[in-house]
Design a protein around this ligand. Structure first.
Ligand SMILES: Nc1nc2c(ncn2[C@@H]2O[C@H](COP(=O)(O)OP(=O)(O)OP(=O)(O)O)[C@@H](O)[C@H]2O)c(=O)[nH]1
Ligand SMILES: [Mg+2]
Length: 242
C-alpha cells in the first residue's frame, strides 16, 4: 500500500477504544491519524494527546471547543485534512466497529473511485453482534435513503470511508445542514451529485464493546427528514446524480 492516507476520527467518550484503534492503524505505513475530540468528559482528549506524543508526526489531535457535534467535528477535521499533502482521507468511528486491518482494502479501491465505502451490505460484508432490532433499523434506513435520494450505494450510512483528497476538497463543507449520523448520508449525496464515482468494498462491522452509543431520538428524527431535505435542495450542478 503506497497511497498516503490521513484517517479522521471523531471522538466523544472513547478513552478505552481509541488507543486500540490507533495502534491498529499505526501498523500500516503511510497512514496518519487526526483525532477530532469534542472535549470528552472521560478524558479521551488527553489520551489522544498521549498517542500524539507516542507517534510524533503520525497522530494529530484537534480539540474542539465550539458546540458539540458529529457533523461539526467532521467538518472541522476535514478542513484541516484537505490541507495536508496526502493522497486519500479516510473516515472511521473510534469505537472499534471498523477494523483497521481492512483499511488497506478501502485505500486500494480508491484508485478506481472517488469515494470508497466500507460496506456491510455487499457480498462478503458482515455485521457481528448486532441485535436483530438494530439490524432491521439499519436495513430499513438504507432502503429508505436509497428510495428517496436515488443513491445507488448499498450502505449509505456506513461511517467507514475513503475519499481521494481531490473529491473531499470539492465538497462544499460550509453548506452542510445535518449534524447527526445523517451527515454521512448528506456527504454521499452531495458527492454523487457532483459526479463522484462511488465504490463499495465489504467490511466486517463489529458492535462496540466499550463506551456508549450516542444515537438519540433526535438523531433518528434528523435521519428520517434528511433525505427529503436533500432532494428538495436545488443543486448547483445537477449532472450525474447517482
Ligand atoms: N467529536 C465527536 N465525536 C462524536 C460525537 N458523537 C459521536 N461521535 C463519535 O462518532 C463515532 C460514531 O459514534 P457512535 O456512538 O459509535 O455511533 P454509532 O456507531 O452510530 O452507534 P453504535 O452502533 O451504537 O456505536 C464514534 O467515534 C463516536 O465517538 C460528537 O458529538 N462529537
Ligand atoms: Mg458505533
Amino acid at each position: 500500500m503506497s497511497r498516503s492516507a490521513l484517517v479522521v476520527i471523531p471522538t466523544y467518550n472513547e478513552r478505552a477504544n481509541l488507543p486500540v484503534l490507533v495502534e491498529g492503524l499505526m501498523a500500516h505505513d503511510h497512514v496518519r491519524v487526526l483525532v477530532v475530540d469534542d472535549q470528552s468528559p472521560d478524558g479521551t482528549g488527553e489520551v489522544a494527546d498521549g498517542l500524539a506524543r507516542r507517534y510524533p508526526g503520525r497522530v494529530q489531535v484537534l480539540h474542539r471547543t465550539g458546540k458539540r457535534g458529529f457533523g461539526r467535528s467532521y467538518i472541522d477535521g476535514m478542513k484541516q485534512a484537505i490541507r495536508e499533502p496526502v493522497d486519500v482521507i479516510c473516515q472511521m468511528d473510534a469505537d472499534l466497529s471498523h477494523d483497521p486491518r481492512q483499511l488497506p482494502e478501502l485505500i486500494a479501491a480508491s484508485t478506481r473511485a472517488d469515494v470508497v465505502i466500507g460496506s456491510r451490505y455487499v457480498p462478503n460484508g458482515e455485521i457481528v453482534n448486532w441485535p436483530k432490532r438494530r439490524r432491521i433499523l439499519s436495513r430499513v434506513a438504507n432502503v429508505y435513503i436509497r428510495t428517496v435520494t436515488r443513491l445507488r450505494a448499498r450502505d449509505c450510512t456506513s461511517g467507514y470511508r475513503c475519499w481521494t483528497r481531490e473529491a473531499m476538497s470539492g465538497l462544499p463543507l460550509d453548506e452542510f445542514f445535518s449534524d447527526g449520523y445523517s451527515f454521512l448520508v448528506e456527504m454521499l449525496f452531495v458527492a454523487a451529485r457532483r459526479g463522484c464515482r462511488i465504490a463499495e468494498v465489504p467490511i466486517t462491522f463489529v458492535e462496540r464493546r466499550e463506551g456508549e452509543s450516542k444515537v438519540s431520538r433526535a438523531v433518528l428524527i434528523e435521519s428520517a427528514i434528511t433525505p427529503w431535505r436533500l432532494i428538495a435542495r436545488p443543486s448547483r450542478s445537477r449532472k450525474a446524480a447517482r
